[in-house]
Write a protein that binds this ligand. Structure first.
Ligand code: ZN
Length: 410
């Protein structure tokens, strides 16, 4: 077995030390820890033979020109930042593992016939400024400059945070890539789910990044004395809401490729001896297929209407967010499949239930993702864990992908 997995783990362990104190890893955009990691990573990129630059959005970009610098560039990348008290692998694994692979190729004198850029995106999670996909939007040319004036909890602007990183926000527009010059975007990421572990597979090919819709729902009943109002005369909004929770849960259990949750619920007036007069709640549905998600929405709204009507409750709802899914390119999926089959491994296809930089990169180029197994499917948590063996298989898969990608682009 090669040592790429072990080398990657060493770098990942080092990267994890660049964290605010406390459990897990906390590295938010422009923090002192982020600044320090960026300085360190720049050296790692340089010693791997890359030509390195920092763009206006704080993305660290390493470029290996290959033997035909006029060929279209493959972009590989993931994010440098974490959620608060997150793990050691979400994001940064997709930077440092490819770095090890590219370094190894450089050391072995196996250059590629096309340029590769490895991008460490500055901010994907949006932990500090509540604005996700900052780095990838800059590459895609969709960065919204008004975001620079967004402030964190202490009133510091994003513009200042980027300057603290050593980036010059004035040149963000120059980070936008010419779609004609890019052949695709590939991200390696931990699965953040339990499927690969359950099936004892180290890697899986992502078919799509999920679509998401969120609704605000308000159920209106009648508040009243909890002791003196007879049961048959009550219009208890919370009892109605509990049915809605059950309906959504059951519909998602009964439908393939659909998940959903009621994550927020506010009871009005929220008093121990008052019948709930109103409930405000969120509904979220996710699916990699718009057709499935919209059909589920229609069914759910119909079921809610029936259930609440039977309880003489009124209701209103508003769709407040809808992000269409992004499909992964068939060409990238089949190239990943070839790379996995080369190793005699089973190809498993799965969709991503979480958002990723591909959501922004899709407007620039074909996107694809390779998922790596993680322990208990856990992410955004200090106990996030992966094995050296899985890192190694993932590294081998990328190495072979890079060769197959040359064939796929002839
Ligand atoms: Zn991530």
């Amino acid at each position: 077995m090669s040592s790429m997995g072990r080398e990657a783990m060493t770098l990942l362990d080092q990267a994890a030390t660049f964290s605010e104190p406390g459990p897990g890893v906390t590295r938010v955009l422009g923090s002192a820890e982020h600044q320090a990691l960026l300085v360190e990573m720049r050296q790692w990129f340089e010693s791997a033979g890359a030509e390195v630059s920092l763009d206006g959005a704080g993305n660290l970009v390493g470029r290996w020109a290959g033997t035909d610098p006029s060929a279209r560039t493959l972009i590989i990348g993931s994010h440098q930042d974490t959620v608060r008290q997150g793990g050691r692998y979400d994001g940064i694994m997709g930077v440092l593992l490819p770095l090890v692979v590219l370094q190894q190729r450089q050391a072995e004198g196996r250059p590629l016939p096309y340029p590769v850029e490895l991008v460490a995106f500055s901010d994907e999670e949006g932990t500090r400024f509540s604005s996700t996909l900052v780095g990838s939007a800059a590459l895609a040319g969709t960065f919204d400059p008004t975001l620079l004036q967004a402030t964190d909890a202490d009133g510091v602007t994003m513009e200042q945070a980027l300057r603290d990183l050593g980036a010059d926000p004035a040149i963000i527009p120059a980070a936008a890539r010419d779609p004609q010059q890019v052949s695709g975007f590939l991200e390696l990421h931990i699965e953040q789910g339990p499927l690969l572990e359950a099936e004892n597979l180290p890697v899986g090919i992502v078919t799509a990044i999920t679509g998401i819709e969120r609704h605000d729902l308000r159920i209106i009943g009648k508040a009243g004395h909890a002791g003196t109002t007879p049961m048959h005369l009550r219009r208890d909004a919370l009892v109605g809401a509990s049915e809605v929770v059950q309906l959504l849960d059951q519909l998602c259990r009964d439908t393939d490729e659909l998940v959903g949750v009621v994550g927020q619920l506010k009871v009005i007036p929220d008093a121990v001896n008052v019948i709930p007069g109103a409930v405000e709640m969120s509904l979220e549905l996710r699916s990699p297929q718009t057709r499935i998600r919209r059909r589920a929405r229609d069914i759910l709204l119909q079921q809610i209407e029936q259930a609440l009507k039977a309880r003489h409750l009124d209701w209103e709802h508003r769709l407040n967010y809808e992000q269409t899914e992004v499909s992964c390119s068939p060409r990238i999926q089949s190239t990943l499949a070839a790379a996995i089959q080369d190793q005699g491994l089973e190809t498993r296809y799965l969709f991503s239930g979480a958002g990723h930089d591909g959501l922004a990169m899709e407007s620039l180029t074909d996107i694809g993702m390779l998922f790596m197994r993680c322990e208990d499917g856990l992410s955004h948590h200090p106990d996030e864990a992966v094995t050296i063996d899985d890192l190694d298989v993932t590294a081998q898969t990328l190495d072979r992908f890079l060769d197959h990608w040359a064939e796929a682009n002839q």
